[in-house]
Ligand binder design. Structure first.
Ligand code: UTP
Length: 297
């Protein structure tokens, strides 16, 4: 029987070079999406799926992340004095959300290396990985579906999204076989960022994983791959090739809304889409947006 999953690991130690200079002194995971940093959406998603024990893998600018999930006495006192309970609740919400722990990655040697830093905290249990710059719309279900499949199959589970073949080279791409479940596939092959035109399918891995702890032993022996980084995709490929020892790898095909906030265009799309749907901002923004769109060629 698979052990119950209680821990979420959130890698947030990348350099965020696509967002320079904004990320010169701040992790990209702290960029605001409307009025919350991207990483708060990700922690909220973990908590929503029942994972209150969160380990963040942090990099050189970790201060902003730690401060965001900590108390700010002065600010709380000022809001309390003003009687601004609404904003006080917002400030306290991020503090009380989860039990957040931190570990430094040291050198950013790749996502696989970041995940390996979680070994001590996670121990010998299956666990979830949520990339800190990838937002899944809270109205769509993904992580709890993946946790359910992990329990059922005692395998490692990745999230897959059908992407335009023209952008497949930006992702880890899977070769798959169908299963008895319409939204679940068995992974038989994986390739990280295939050269344009060589992707084995249009099913790309997105930033949610539910992994068996065997991944740690495999990552320890995974040599640097694409971009000279230790790639989680390469370790998952080893797991897919050795199902007897590792339980194999399955993919849950996600058909909901997902925003890659580490990409500038997708970051802007995320803000617009989430803001127009909000009760407090939508009524003001929607008519303006319609007028603005009408002025475009
Ligand atoms: P990305 O490849 O999108 O992050 O990693 P990056 O390298 O920071 O981005 P660019 O290309 O330079 O703009 C996906 C996730 O993995 C984390 C990132 O923080 C992000 O959440 N990551 C990546 C690490 O924690 N450590 C690493 O060494 C690499």
């Amino acid at each position: 029987m698979a052990k119950k999953i209680t821990k979420a690991v959130i890698p947030a130690a990348g350099l965020g070079t696509r967002f320079l200079p904004a990320t010169k002194a701040m992790p990209k995971e702290m960029l605001p999406v409307v009025d919350k940093p991207a990483i708060q959406y990700v922690v909220e998603e973990a908590v929503q799926a029942g994972l209150r024990d969160v380990l963040m893998i942090t990099g050189r600018n970790k201060g902003a992340l730690e401060n965001h999930f900590d108390r700010v006495g002065e600010l709380e006192a000022t809001l309390e004095k003003k009687g601004d309970t609404e904003r006080l609740e917002k400030v306290n919400h991020s503090t009380d959300l989860a039990e957040v722990h931190y570990v430094r990655q040291g050198d950013p040697l790749g996502l696989g290396h970041a995940v390996l830093r979680a070994h001590m905290h996670v121990g010998d249990e299956p666990f979830a990985v949520l990339l800190g710059d990838d937002i899944i719309d809270a109205r769509d279900v993904l992580l709890s579906r993946m946790i359910e499949e992990q329990g059922k199959r005692n395998a490692s589970i990745v999230a897959l999204l059908e992407v335009d073949p023209a952008v497949a080279h930006l992702y880890g791409v899977a070769t798959v076989e169908p299963t008895e479940d319409e939204d679940v596939v068995r992974i038989t092959g994986l390739v990280e960022k295939p050269s344009p035109g060589t992707a084995p399918s249009n099913l790309a891995i997105i930033g949610r994983y539910v992994l068996r702890p065997e991944v740690f032993g495999i990552l320890e022996h995974t040599a640097p791959g694409k971009g000279n980084e230790i790639q989680l995709t390469d370790a998952l490929m080893t797991m897919a090739e050795n199902p007897d020892e590792t339980g194999g790898v399955y993919g849950v095909v996600f058909r909901g809304r997902r925003y890659d906030t580490g990409d500038r265009a997708d970051y802007i799309r995320a803000i617009v889409q989430l803001a127009v749907d909000r009760e407090d901002l939508g009524p003001e923004l929607r008519p303006w947006l319609k007028d603005f769109v009408a002025t475009l060629d």
